[in-house]
Ligand binder design. Structure first.
Ligand SMILES: [Zn+2]
Length: 260
């Protein structure tokens, strides 16, 4: 083979392979980051917007990609874990470098009230959010009339004054009543308001799909798949199981509701 042909062959056959393999690996890694996950609501903390009864719960989908989480907007709904209070899903004291989730951890559905850099003042029904746009501080004030989401009444014991740093968020359930949501404003009943960190946010809800029923089911601790109650070893090889609630039956809406 002539030297010129050899070089042409090299370009023709080898170069595409050299390019295609890294590109497909990159493509697969991007795909694996854009994961959608099904969620359902338990409990009353997101009333009146979302139902969390075991015979009538709202279910839908969240986008768990870094892309979605990094583009969170005020009043979005998120799936998260709590790093605080007796609701903590992590070993306490919370270690931001190496957060350790407890076996008893439970994902929460909450609404984002404050984004990184925001300053919040919450005074029961009325709250204000200050943030900087083009080096100017803007303050949005909300009351019962112009609040962009509905809250359960009577609103009680919701007080906070907090400034959020980088990667710090302030999330609340829509149920602001006395026995309503335990959240950043009310981490333990009457406790000091606190923030949630970006690493505690698992996904951003973009679609409500319907109503479901849920009940306690046996799950593999390693792969999280549902396994029969009498199962002693999961297909993945794990022999450790956890019992927690999961969707039992689904009744989809006529049309899903897109909220993002
Ligand atoms: Zn398994």
């Amino acid at each position: 083979m002539k030297r010129k042909d050899f070089i042409l062959n090299l370009i023709y056959y080898i170069l595409p392979m050299v390019l295609v393999i890294p590109l497909s690996v990159w493509g697969i890694s991007q795909m694996s980051k854009a994961t959608y996950d099904c969620f359902f609501v338990m409990g009353t903390s997101m009333q009146p917007y979302l139902s969390g009864d075991k015979n009538n719960s709202t279910y839908g989908y969240s986008d768990n990609s870094d892309y979605a989480i990094s583009r969170l907007e005020r009043f979005d709904l998120v799936i998260c874990y709590y790093p605080f209070g007796h609701e903590s899903d992590y070993q306490l004291p919370y270690d931001r470098e190496n957060p350790v989730l407890l076996d008893s951890c439970k994902l929460k559905v909450k609404r984002v009230i404050g984004l990184p850099g925001d300053s919040l003042v919450i005074n029961d029904e009325e709250f204000s959010i200050s943030y900087t746009v083009n080096n100017q501080v803007v303050t949005d004030s909300y009351n019962e009339e112009n609040c962009p989401f509905q809250r359960n009444k009577p609103i009680s014991n919701r007080h906070a004054t907090i400034s959020l740093g980088p990667n710090e968020y302030f999330v609340m359930g829509d149920n602001w009543t006395e026995l309503g949501s335990l959240d950043c404003c009310n981490p333990t009943k009457g406790g000091t308001p606190t923030c949630l960190y970006k690493e505690n946010i698992v996904g951003v809800i973009f679609k409500l799909e319907g109503t479901c029923t849920y009940k306690e089911k046996n799950h593999c601790k390693a792969c999280k798949k549902i396994v029969d109650d009498d199962c002693t070893k999961c297909r993945c090889g794990s022999t450790q199981f956890l019992k927690y609630n999961d969707i039992d039956t689904k009744t989809p809406y006529d049309k899903p509701i897109y909220i993002k």
